[in-house]
Design a protein around this ligand. Structure first.
Ligand SMILES: [Fe+2]
Length: 187
């Protein structure tokens, strides 16, 4: 289940909140316009083909597509067996603060990753795990850390093929906030 840590965004960030209470997390995220929902987990999909993953969640995916008008859905994955340079390159891609012209909507089928949402002087670090569907609205300032040993399978939803290209802010805040490995080790 989801684990949320909230930090101040100054030169020496302080921890404001640390919780696994799902209702508290949903409320906290709603205040910054981010939606968190949970789907029942289908087991045995870690390492499954994209077609099998999408088939297992067919009804849930169709409902989100119908509600939000997404036109493209795919499955992203990275396993612990990925070569170190592949893992490092994938991690580096969205490790700095950025925005997108499209929503960033991810359902975690397996594994985990942290979305850091930088809004109103705070950083919400949302540790996503299987069953979590996180909807980050377009233009929300954020970054994503999959850790030094990435392991996740996630369904992604898009309005268009180009909307997810990152527009980087140049702010080095990601280097001041605890990373995936640190937060995972501290749970
Ligand atoms: Fe992003």
């Amino acid at each position: 289940m989801t684990y949320l840590t909230v930090y101040t965004d100054g030169p020496a960030p302080e921890t404001l909140l640390r919780t696994e209470d799902q209702a508290e997390i949903a409320t906290s995220l709603k205040e910054i316009g981010v939606r968190l929902r949970h789907w029942e987990i289908v087991d045995g999909l870690d390492g499954a083909s994209s077609d099998d993953v999408l088939a297992a969640y067919r009804d849930q995916v169709a409902a989100v597509v119908a509600e939000e008008g997404y036109t493209f859905v795919d499955v992203a994955r990275l396993g612990p067996d990925a070569p170190a340079d592949v893992a490092a390159a994938a991690r580096a891609k969205f490790l700095n603060e950025h925005t997108h012209d499209d929503d960033e909507v991810r359902f975690f089928v397996a594994g985990s990753g942290i979305f850091y949402l930088h809004v109103d002087g705070k950083v919400h670090a949302v540790f996503c795990e299987p069953g979590d569907l996180l909807s980050v609205p377009k233009q929300t300032t954020h970054w994503f850390d999959m850790g030094t040993r990435p392991h996740f399978t996630a369904i992604r939803f898009f309005h268009d093929d180009d909307g997810w290209i990152g527009d980087f802010t140049g702010d080095d805040i990601a280097s001041r906030i605890p990373d995936y490995d640190t937060i995972a080790a501290g749970r």
